[in-house]
Design a protein around this ligand. Structure first.
Ligand SMILES: NC(=O)c1ccc[n+]([C@@H]2O[C@H](COP(=O)([O-])OP(=O)(O)OC[C@H]3O[C@@H](n4cnc5c(N)ncnc54)[C@H](O)[C@@H]3O)[C@@H](O)[C@H]2O)c1
Ligand SMILES: O=P(O)(O)OC[C@@H](O)[C@@H](O)[C@H](O)[C@H](O)CO
Length: 433
């Protein structure tokens, strides 16, 4: 019989004092920020989910421990991660407010998805509303400074969070708003580690590899990157011990990550689902998709600012990462929230190409695949109620493009090219429009 996973049974140190808080306790936080924080034994994390109540219960029963299965094509290595000192459901407002008011707490990391940064109307009940409530409590409790560290795939994610908090705080008193401007540091980050959702099979593998019954394992790849730019007024864990890099300007790395990795993911997800593929490793082996991915990287390279050799090395490595059978990343997971992802991942390159009067195949294929996805698959997207009917309307291409960027819908050649590509993807699968 496998033993329960606890700090005593695993012979792991007691929980470190809580000096960091996390919001959005999912797979990625555990594979990335928690793994980096483990390198500094003086820092413990209090991690909060947004809605999920089961994961914090499970982690609490496991003393915050979980196994991280680091898989390459052949081998899997399991590491017990001990950085999470406490786990809480998002609904535990009292503990959340107490943690964020504490001057011992120096930073808040977030993985709340791209959609989590949207603020429209009353922020109550949203992730941004929760952060605002926490900051208000901190201000009233003495106003110790704090660093906010968003770890979602958004360009200028520190600035995006700052704007979201400013908007949500519009009705707060002037003293609080001035404190938030002066004492809250918004750190920009580029984060990278491919981490799919955990499956039942991963639970069985965790037991085999660790000898413990672990009900919250996470599977990830060996590659990991964390680039940060910004201030930490009350200090931070020695994340550099685990390979994090602190830089002055993230723009070029952001392009590399969001266009080359996430842009290719989005292309593979939409065109791949249209062609009947289910996972990234399967899609990247499909001849049509392999060609489109190479074309996407060629076209993105024209507009990226890093040196050509650096980009060439990055895409070569990406191909290996995408092809790995160790990490099966579901295309449907990547296909979620397209309205929030396409503008950051695909449109900057497409718009630059259209300005140069070129019609690149790969971004056109990504948009065509998205249209098919909106018509035919279960759609998870904060704008689904608007987009799905548009995608099924008579003037679908123009209507969907205009919902993401009106200049795209005015570009007649582009509208026609996307329509043609919808047809090409359907013909490739033998389906008729
Ligand atoms: N998984 C990866 O490979 C990876 C890599 C780099 C960055 N990221 C970033 O991390 C995010 C989370 O990925 P994950 O793998 O942990 O996903 P996950 O599904 O395991 O966890 C998502 C977390 O976000 C919360 N959430 C979902 N919708 C929200 C909303 N509208 N508002 C606030 N919170 C919301 C969920 O409750 C959950 O806590 C991604 O969206 C991405 O921005 C993920
Ligand atoms: O996590 P999302 O939903 O922002 O995007 C899906 C994938 O593109 C993403 O998770 C990548 O795997 C990740 O960004 C790799 O670092």
């Amino acid at each position: 019989m496998t033993a329960r996973l606890t700090r005593a049974s695993a012979g792991v140190r007691p929980p470190a004092p809580v000096r960091a808080v996390h919001l959005g306790l999912g797979a990625f936080h555990r594979a990335h920020q928690a793994a980096y924080t483990m390198a500094d034994p003086d820092w413990g994390v209090a991690a909060y989910t947004f809605r999920n109540t089961e994961l914090p219960r499970t982690l609490t029963e496991q003393d915050g421990l979980f196994s991280l299965q680091v898989r390459d094509d052949g081998d899997t290595e399991a590491v017990i991660v001990d950085a999470i000192s406490r786990a809480h459901p998002g609904c535990d407002s009292e503990q959340w407010l107490a943690d964020l008011a504490s001057p011992e707490v120096a930073l808040l990391t977030l993985t709340i998805t791209e959609a989590g940064y949207r603020v429209s109307g009353d922020p109550d009940g949203t992730a941004i509303g929760r952060v605002l409530a926490g900051l208000r409590g901190r201000y009233r409790a003495g106003g110790a400074p704090i660093a906010l560290v968003p770890c979602d795939n958004l360009p200028g994610n520190g600035g995006v969070l700052r704007e979201a908090i400013r908007t949500a705080a519009a009705r707060e008193d002037a003293g609080f708003r001035a404190w938030a401007e002066d004492q809250v540091s918004f750190v920009d980050t580029v984060v990278d580690r491919i981490t799919p959702a955990t499956t039942e099979q991963d639970l069985a593998t965790a037991a085999q590899l660790t000898g413990f019954e672990d009900r919250a394992p996470v599977v990830t790849e060996p590659f990991s990157e964390w680039l940060l730019a910004g201030d930490f007024p009350l200090g931070r864990p020695a994340w550099e011990e685990a390979g994090a890099r602190f830089v002055d300007d993230l723009a070029a790395y952001e392009q590399r990550k969001l266009w080359f990795l996430n842009g290719a993911h989005t292309l593979l997800a939409y065109a791949g689902l249209a062609l009947g593929c289910a996972t990234v490793d399967e899609a990247v082996r499909h001849p049509v998709l392999a060609r489109l991915t190479a074309l996407w990287w060629d076209v993105a390279s024209r507009h990226a600012s890093l040196r050509a050799q650096e980009l060439a090395d990055y895409r070569q490595r990406l191909l290996l990462r995408f092809s790995s059978r160790g990490v099966r990343h579901n295309l449907l997971q990547i296909a979620s929230d397209g309205s929030q992802k396409i503008p950051a991942r695909i449109l900057p390159v497409l718009l630059a190409e259209r300005a140069a009067q070129r019609m690149p195949d790969a971004p056109v294929a990504a948009l065509a695949g998205w249209l098919i996805h909106l018509r035919e698959n279960p759609v998870t997207d904060p704008c689904a109620d608007e987009l799905v009917p548009l995608a099924r309307s008579a003037d679908a291409v123009r209507a969907v493009l205009s919902a993401v960027d009106s200049s795209l819908a005015e570009d007649r050649e582009l509208v026609a090219a996307v329509g043609d590509h919808v047809q090409r993807l359907r013909e490739a699968t033998g389906r008729i429009a």
